[in-house]
Design a protein around this ligand. Structure first.
Ligand code: NAP
Length: 407
């Protein structure tokens, strides 16, 4: 019998600290949820516990370096679920996933690194299926609003029209937030690797890259590369930086749910920049800016300058005020095969990458620990929509400042 229902691994990371505070404020210590914090540095974890006040001193600490398989194994033996913020995951996350799959420990994280997810599925899917470990990547802003927003809209379409939407356009209507060193590190790692690896570039461009190899239904998907006017949203549209990972997760959810959204389902994500000449100019600027950023990171001299002087370092991120003033408003416009249209709205009350992500990840981890019985969901690599579905939507609506509704 495990000592804990949940261990927060990487509790001293930028987002791990927010997650720990959130769980502490929601669940306290020694309440309904038996949980602990973990990482490689006793002193950083002590400091974090200290910062939470005297009631937090009873919160247990577990030590394990990400490269120490024996220590990770000992950690997994003590808990039902591990939630990890130790990233970039492609650098530090592989041994933990392997150990979770072997020991039958449920796992969730914040990765947005598709090349690493693909490697983990290939290496450990059979082991996780045999041990009963449920592995759930992408439980932050990428890709929960996209994956659960799509799931939610499809449920509503089924209820209203008796059929799913064959097309969903996710449009980011408004968003405010900043970046942390950890996220920048993961993005740089990915762009750097892609600049010299053509197989990886192919994987990144493939919306079905995370679908099981047996899936055969693959209609052509839109992938906005520049600016265009979107008649359905009545606004200009530019590429959305998270679309690359989110679309892959949404298509994996469709494949894993036996094509609940249909075998001809098409899905894309863009960012709206407003109407009229100004909206068009902003869309063009955003598209050029994104392409310029990717180019600058792929080119070693400019990457060095960005890393050294411009971008946040590991452990840094948006201030509490920036987190509090952050928000997002996402629309999902769906069309059924018979031409009906339905729009859903997903909003969050903090900056997407940290304030909101920490709450989403916290609810996902607790949902995995308390709501999703081993008998109800087999082991293997799942997505947020396929493992959590309505249970997480209701937690996010109730506790985490998100709202899922029809427009
Ligand atoms: N999906 C999303 O929406 C989303 C949002 C935010 C962040 N993220 C991702 O989440 C991850 C964390 O981001 P962040 O900004 O919080 O990162 P961060 O502050 O740079 O923290 C990285 C963490 O990794 C730990 N670590 C590094 N090497 C380790 C090792 N060998 N053993 C054990 N721990 C080790 C560090 O430990 P110490 O504390 O001891 O130094 C630190 O706690 C990144 O991969 C980022 O891309 C995703």
């Amino acid at each position: 019998m495990a000592n804990f229902q949940l261990i927060v691994y990487g509790a001293s990371s930028f987002v791990g600290q927010l997650l720990t505070r959130y769980l502490f404020e929601r669940h306290g210590v020694n309440g309904e949820l038996q949980w602990a914090i973990a990482g490689r540095s006793q002193s950083k974890l002590n400091e974090l516990r200290q910062s939470l006040g005297s009631a937090a001193q009873a919160l247990p600490i577990v030590l394990a370096d990400a490269n120490d398989e024996a220590a990770l194994n000992a950690m997994c033996q003590q808990t039902k679920v591990v939630v990890s913020t130790v990233g970039p995951y492609a650098l530090y996350g592989s041994t933990l996933v392997k150990v979770c799959a072997q020991t039958g420990t449920d796992y969730c994280d914040l990765t947005g690194e598709p090349q690493w997810i693909a490697r983990m599925i290939e290496a450990h899917q059979a082991t996780a299926q045999a041990s009963g470990a449920r592995i759930v990547h992408c439980c932050g802003f990428d890709s929960v609003p996209s994956d659960l927003g799509t799931y939610y809209l499809q449920q509503q379409a089924q209820q209203q029209f008796g059929q799913p939407c064959t097309q969903i356009k996710l449009r980011v209507k408004a968003i405010r937030g900043g970046l942390s060193g950890g996220t920048v590190g993961s993005m740089l790692e990915l762009i750097k690797e892609a600049s010299t690896n053509s197989a990886l570039r192919k994987l990144m461009a493939n919306p079905y890259a995370l679908c099981p190899p047996t899936s055969s239904h693959k209609p052509k998907q839109a992938n906005l590369q520049f600016a265009e006017y979107d008649k359905d949203a009545q606004a200009w549209s530019a590429p959305f930086i998270m679309a690359g990972i989110n679309t892959k997760i949404v298509h994996r959810s469709n494949a894993l749910s036996n094509y609940a959204y249909g075998t001809d389902f098409v899905y894309d994500e863009t960012m709206l920049t407003g109407d009229g000449v100004l909206g068009g100019a902003v869309a063009v600027g955003a598209a050029i800016g994104m392409a310029g950023f990717v180019g600058a990171v792929a080119f070693p001299p400019t990457r060095h300058v960005l890393e050294r002087f411009v971008l946040p370092k590991a452990g840094e991120g948006p201030s509490p005020k920036q987190q509090l003033n952050g928000f997002y408003d996402i629309r999902l416009i769906g069309f059924t095969a018979s031409g009906q249209r339905l729009t859903a709205k997903v909003t969050g009350d903090r900056d997407p990458g940290y304030g909101s992500t920490a709450k989403i990840l916290g609810e996902a981890a607790v949902c995995l620990a308390l709501d999703v019985a081993k008998t109800a969901q087999a082991g293997g690599f799942w997505t947020p929509a396929t493992v959590f579905g309505d249970k997480l939507i209701s937690r996010l609506n109730q506790y985490a400042g998100l709202s899922f509704s029809l427009v």
